[in-house]
Write a protein that binds this ligand. Structure first.
Ligand SMILES: NC(=O)c1ccc[n+]([C@@H]2O[C@H](COP(=O)([O-])OP(=O)(O)OC[C@H]3O[C@@H](n4cnc5c(N)ncnc54)[C@H](OP(=O)(O)O)[C@@H]3O)[C@@H](O)[C@H]2O)c1
Length: 234
């Protein structure tokens, strides 16, 4: 039997993940603050938990897809002993420190945390293009890697819980700032009536040039780095 999974948080991302698990034949239990968001998933075969505690008790693997980590404490704060022995996979975006604090909070309740950084939009979840950064205990990741693979290629980056958030933020930063500078360039040229389509291929060439410099820049950064490293974790 496939690993039973619990999905807590049924925004666009959590709903796409729940659908992927149902499609892959996993028993799926769902809980969401706004209960109606689970209706179509229940119709498709998911089990609706009446309470967060019931949802956590239903599966060894508890996935969270919430706006931020604060919601995790609101939802799981009152589940009592239900978290003991569970693996919680928090797939929401938040700060690196929020991820480290969550690992400690869950450890106090007997649960392990895997932090996930989802690198695609909800419509790409479960497709060959989807990938997710993870951090947390390697042995826990290895044990659940087949189930994690359902939503996207799992890419474990280290035991420090913060690392998946940092990879997510670093790469989103590259993407968003590249787009933002492109739009700013279009606005500059637009003041002289130059259409964006005339400038787009030239910007494309320059982005290619910047990409070709990443390897050299990385080598220089690493050779001169004085960065501090986080304290070793489990
Ligand atoms: N959507 C994407 O394409 C995408 C891509 C990469 C990463 N992410 C990350 O994935 C996470 C989920 O994103 P999303 O797009 O699905 O939508 P979202 O709006 O960020 O998350 C919505 C979910 O969080 C729940 N929630 C928020 N605050 C809560 C609280 N205080 N108590 C209980 N539940 C609470 C909502 O419950 P209700 O339904 O009751 O409001 C809903 O289930 C986010 O951290 C986002 O940054 C999303």
């Amino acid at each position: 039997m496939k690993t039973p999974v619990t999905m807590i948080g049924l925004g666009p991302m959590g709903r796409a993940m729940a659908r992927a698990y149902l499609g892959a034949g996993h028993p799926v239990t769902v809980w969401n603050r706004t209960t109606s968001r689970a209706d179509d998933l229940v119709a498709a075969g998911a089990t609706r938990a009446a309470t967060p505690a019931e949802s956590v008790a239903a599966s060894p693997l508890v996935l969270l897809s919430l706006t931020h980590y604060a919601a995790m404490y609101e939802i799981l704060g009152d589940v009592g002993d239900a978290l003991a022995g569970k693996v919680v996979v928090n797939l929401g975006s938040d700060t690196p420190q929020a991820a480290r604090d969550a690992a400690d909070w869950l450890a106090e309740r007997g649960a392990e945390l895997l932090v996930g950084g989802v690198m695609v939009g909800a419509d790409t979840v479960g497709t060959p293009d989807a990938y997710v950064f993870y951090s947390g205990p390697r042995s826990v990741f290895d044990e659940h890697e087949p189930a994690l693979r359902v939503i996207g290629r799992p890419d474990h980056r280290g035991s420090d819980p913060a690392v998946a958030q940092l990879f997510y933020q670093a790469l989103v930063h590259v993407f968003v700032t590249t787009l933002a500078t492109f739009v700013q360039g279009a606005a500059l040229l637009g003041t002289a009536g130059v259409p964006a389509r005339e400038y787009a291929p030239l910007a494309d060439e320059l982005v290619e040039l910047a990409r070709s410099a990443f390897g050299v820049a990385a080598a220089n950064i690493d050779a001169t780095s004085t960065r501090t490293t986080a304290p070793p974790r489990r």
